[in-house]
Design a protein around this ligand. Structure first.
Ligand code: NAG
Ligand code: NAG
Length: 293
């Protein structure tokens, strides 16, 4: 065995302690409490080591968005000064729209499609691979903002920005076991809800390798799309659209949870055949507006 000189050993010790600190920070932000039995799609992921992730993500992350933004209600409860008046974030939209826009902020409630019961909210506490999960507690809810033309109550091809999770865009990323990027009723291919870096992709864009949290944390290249949301402010209904590589929207598209993690895909039964141990539940997504902060 080779003996390192003392100085190298000291450097190693220092790096080791930095990595340990990175790991403890890391474990407070993500939920990976599978227990011994891992019964779902989510369990087979291979993560890169936390030190590598830290290095990797410090290059890719947008430096201005390191702290979690609190709503004014939370700030009042904590005795903190209120947020400055909100300016529209032009950087979230690659093209400047000439039409004035209204920005909405709120949570995404998840309901069981079978019995319409509420399952909670999409949570800011993600899997280490950035895959989003649901949790019942409103304090753990992801906060999203998006913009519609002034007066509009409906929009499609909308980008969602997250206030309290990395991305900062909330979009769709190709599943780990996919063959290709296209969804159809004859394919088990599926998508993750995942963070995507700015500027994201324009509406109707074909699957593209955008910077995304899954790729950042696993090192596996995956295609993604970010302007995928359809919003109906009258009913509160939210849905997603995935554009296949031929430029056409994939139909049908279903959304479901397995082991509390969120997926979209063209055929939930074929997905279930591929990951059979834990049952999936079809879901619907609903916007819960918050008082603008
Ligand atoms: C959704 O509702 C069905 C029917 O009540 C139930 O069997 C299933 O377990 C529910 N799913 C979840 C995730 O609670
Ligand atoms: C991809 O193809 C392999 C080999 O045919 C198959 O085992 C796997 O289930 C396929 N994955 C999906 C998501 O269809």
């Amino acid at each position: 065995m080779r003996i390192f000189p003392l100085s190298l050993w000291l450097v190693g010790l220092l790096l080791g302690s930095i990595a340990t600190n990175a790991l403890s920070l890391y474990s407070t932000m993500f939920d990976d409490d599978d227990g011994d039995l891992c019964p779902a799609e989510i369990c087979d992921e291979q993560l890169m080591n936390p030190a590598a992730i830290r290095h990797y993500s410090s290059e890719a992350k947008r430096p201005t968005r390191t702290t979690r933004r609190l709503t004014n209600a939370m700030r009042l409860a904590l005795g903190l000064p209120l947020n400055p008046p909100k300016s529209r974030r032009a950087d979230a939209r690659p093209q400047v729209s000439p039409v004035p826009q209204t920005t909405y902020e709120g949570l995404i409630e998840v309901r069981n499609l079978t019995d319409s019961s509420s399952l909670g909210y999409i949570s800011f506490r993600q899997r280490a691979s950035g895959v989003f999960r649901i949790r019942p507690e409103v304090e753990h809810a992801l906060i999203v903002t998006f913009s519609l033309d002034v007066g509009a109550t409906f929009g499609s091809g909308i980008g969602f920005e997250m206030n309290n999770a990395d991305g900062p865009l909330l979009g769709l990323v190709q599943g780990r076991e996919n063959n290709g990027s296209d969804l159809s009723s004859g394919s088990a291919n599926y998508l993750y809800f995942n963070g995507i870096g700015l500027p994201g992709s324009p509406p109707g864009s074909v699957p593209t390798e955008l910077p995304n949290t899954f790729t950042l944390r696993t090192g596996e290249p995956r295609t993604a799309e970010s302007s995928v949301w359809t919003v109906d402010l009258v009913t509160g209904q939210l849905s997603v659209v995935w554009t296949n590589s031929d430029g056409k929207p994939a139909t049908p598209i279903h959304t479901w949870v397995q082991f509390n993690f969120l997926y979209a895909g063209g055929n939930p039964d074929l997905y279930q055949d591929l990951f059979p141990i834990y049952p999936l539940s079809l879901i619907s997504l609903h916007f819960v507006p918050q008082t603008p902060s």
